[in-house]
Each structure stands twice: as C-alpha cells, then as structure tokens.
Design a protein around this ligand. Structure first.
Ligand code: SF4
Length: 409
C-alpha cells in the first residue's frame, strides 16, 4: 500500500517537472511513513533527526503516510525543521506549495507501470473495517472506501495499454472488496480484470481468512493470468489468541482454506504473517503457532514481535505480559524453523520449468523477476531478456530466497 502511495505521489511530482535525485543533490525530501509497528515508526523519527543536518533554508522536508493521521501537527512541534505534513492522497495543497517555492517547467509523468516498467498497483480499497485488537491501521487509514469496479477496470486497461504487464489489486483486506455499483466482490473484479488483452499477470493482496470467497480460489485455479499466490495472514496458531486478537476465524477455518487452495493448485505459493508474544501468549499457545507453521509449510512467513500500538484495544485493555527476551526467543525460533522450511520448499523447484515475468536486473546484471507462485527467480544466460518479458526458465539451483535458472530450450 505504501509503495502504491509513493508511486502515485512520484507520478504527480514527475509530471510537475521534478526529477528523482540522490538526497545530497535534492531540494525536497519526502518521507512516506508506516506506523504499523513501533520499529517502523521509530525509523521515521530517526530519519527526521538525521535530516536536520541536511535541511537548509532552500530545502523542503515533508512527511506523508500513516504517521500523519496518528501524530498530526504534533510532528511539526517535535520537528521544527519539518516543512509539510501531508495526509495520504491529499497531495494538491502540498504540490501547490512546492510550485510557489520552486520554479520548474512541466515534466513527464512516470509511466503507469511505475519504476519497474512492469507492474501497475491499483488501490481498490482504502482503509479497513476490521478491528483486530493489535492493529493501528483502521485508526490511521480510516474506514473502508471501495473504488467502483468499472473505474478499476478502466485504470488497469489504461495501464496495460501504456506497457504494464502485471496489475496488482491492493487493499488492507482486499477480500472485503465490493463494487459500490453492485457489480460483485473481489472474485468478480478479478474475472473482469484478467480478461484485459495484453495483461500477463494479476495479483491481489492482502487477503483475510474471514472474508476470502471460495469462488476466488476457483477463479485463480482456472486462470492463466491470475497468479497462484495467496498472502493470507494467520497471525497465530492458537484459537484463544486469535479470539483475543479479534481475527474472526479459528485455525480450523484457516486450515480448510489452505486445504481447498492446495487441492485446486498443489503448487500454490503461500505467504503469511505471524505475531509472537501477543498479550496472554503462553508457551503452549506459541507452540501451537509453531506447529501450524511446521504443518502448513508456508513459502514465506513475515514474523513480528508484538509491540503495543497506542490507541488500539490491545494496548488499552491487555497487559503486554510476554517479556521482551521471550518474544525475541520465539521470533528467532520461528525464523530458524521457517528458513529451513523455505530452503526445503524452494529446492523442490530444481529441475522444473517455470514462467518468469522479468522485472529488472540484479546487482550482477542478471534478469530477475517472479514466477506465478510468487517466488523470485534469477535468469542466467539471459542477455536478450528484458523487463516485461515472460520467459520459460529451467530451474538449476535454489536458495531459501530465490530460484536460479536458464532460459528453457
Ligand atoms: Fe489491521 Fe488487517 Fe485487521 Fe484490518 S484486517 S484491522 S488492516 S490486521
């Protein structure tokens, strides 16, 4: 979501005549912020402190993103060298202010396919109507606002006409999508978008186990365009903790979704999020999460240590009772387990032929991209392979993080 917001602001700035420059040569620095965890919020403050050295009378520092809703004008008081506090998506006043300060002629907008020239991100829902007790997102991003299906389809069509090969439908909980004009939910939207001529890939994230339509799995399984990848946060493998998190499902529901998805798409890529050390998480509750991770064998697990976010139900009503060292132990234990699972799972791709949508070149100048199941893949001997190409690749090696192969004969 933040990347999509950054691209949207960058598009406006580039169209106004600005160019992207290294910080030391820039006139304007904009921090797009995330406050979902305390660590990410702390990084914003430390960056703002750092920028104090950079700031001069002619330079502008602006902050946008979730911290704006959380901190508001208090930011200006804490950081007097900060020039602008810009609410998400509300860029007009900010841009007008810049225009008054700096004199630029009109430039070229960024292509719809963004910096990679390959993927176009479309926000189909802004905000979230859930109230997970640990989560600050509903407070900083507000209630859900859904974009009309027709508008999404038109935007995707325009992006493909301008060169995008992939569109990514985004929502904090994308499964909640419902067309305000009555055209249906996410499965209906995906069916419409996947038919756009020239579109090679369609992804959507993030899903929610309580809201995922089973029809969506059928659409994924039947399509040559929709990626076989689910980002489905489980958060905990313990039903009592899930209830305390107000997630709205139990582990048996989660397992049923995975079972159905694998029945339809045996090699589906699965990514999840897990929080360790949530208030009340006993050792046995943690071990149930560990067992679930071991049983499901996700491809990717994003693991976070619980940190209370101000204003959330958990922060107000629940004691943060798992000691920091214990949270850290659980985090490291789960990371080690997942590293081993990921390495084992990626090795299963060796010898197989995969379809890679090329996004760019890595530091060794090798084309890289992603397979339909979401894994990163690097193409060796790919001199004539360019971003936007879809190439069949024979996998020769695999690490926990990526596949390496050569173009298939
Ligand atoms: Fe936060 Fe996701 Fe829960 Fe919404 S569904 S409150 S974004 S964790």
């Amino acid at each position: 979501m933040n990347s999509a917001d950054s691209e949207s602001l960058a598009r406006r700035l580039l169209a106004a005549g600005y160019s992207e420059e290294p910080l030391e040569r820039a006139d304007v620095a904009i921090l797009n912020t995330c406050v979902v965890r305390q660590a990410s919020e702390d990084r914003v403050y430390s960056k703002l402190h750092e920028l104090k050295q950079w700031k001069t009378r002619d330079r502008t520092i602006a902050v946008t993103g979730c911290i704006v809703a959380k901190e508001g004008d208090a930011l200006r008081r804490k950081f007097p060298h900060l020039d602008a506090v810009v609410p998400i998506g509300d860029y007009d006043t900010f841009l007008a202010g810049l225009e008054a300060r700096y004199d630029y002629s009109l430039g070229e907008p960024m292509p719809r396919s963004g910096r990679t020239g390959v993927s176009h991100y479309v926000r189909v829902i802004q905000g979230c109507d859930h109230n997970c007790t640990f989560c600050i997102v509903p407070r900083v991003r507000g209630r859900e606002r859904h974009v009309r299906m027709q508008a999404v389809v038109t935007e995707c069509r325009a992006a493909v006409a301008e060169g995008a090969k992939e569109v990514v439908l985004l929502g904090q909980n994308v499964d909640d999508y419902i067309d305000p004009d009555g055209g249906g939910g996410l499965a209906a939207l995906v069916r419409q978008v996947e038919q756009i001529p020239g579109l090679k890939r369609l992804r959507f994230l993030t899903s929610h186990p309580q809201d995922l339509e089973t029809e969506l799995l059928d659409v994924m399984a039947q399509s040559d365009v929709v990626c076989r990848e689910l980002q489905l946060p489980v958060q905990s493998g313990d039903d009592t903790i899930l209830r305390r998190m107000a997630r709205g499902y139990q582990t048996r529901h989660y397992r049923a979704i995975i079972e159905r998805a694998r029945e339809l798409m045996p090699d589906i890529g699965l990514a999840t999020d897990v929080i360790v050390g949530f208030p009340g998480e006993s050792e046995s509750a943690y071990l149930r999460t560990r067992a679930l991770v071991e049983e499901i064998e996700f491809d990717v697990v994003h693991i976070a240590m619980y940190s209370p976010r101000p204003g959330t139900h958990a922060a107000i009503r629940m004691a943060d009772d798992v000691p920091h060292e214990e949270k850290l132990r659980r985090l490291n234990d789960l990371l080690a387990l997942q590293r081993e699972i990921a390495a084992r799972k990626t090795s299963l791709w060796i010898g197989r032929e995969v379809e890679v949508l090329v996004e760019g070149r890595d530091e060794l100048n090798r084309p890289y991209g992603r397979i339909r199941q979401g894994k990163r893949a690097v193409v060796m001997r790919g001199r004539d392979v360019y971003p936007g190409d879809v190439v069949d690749v024979r996998v020769l090696q695999a690490t926990a993080g990526q596949l390496i192969g050569i173009p298939a004969a």
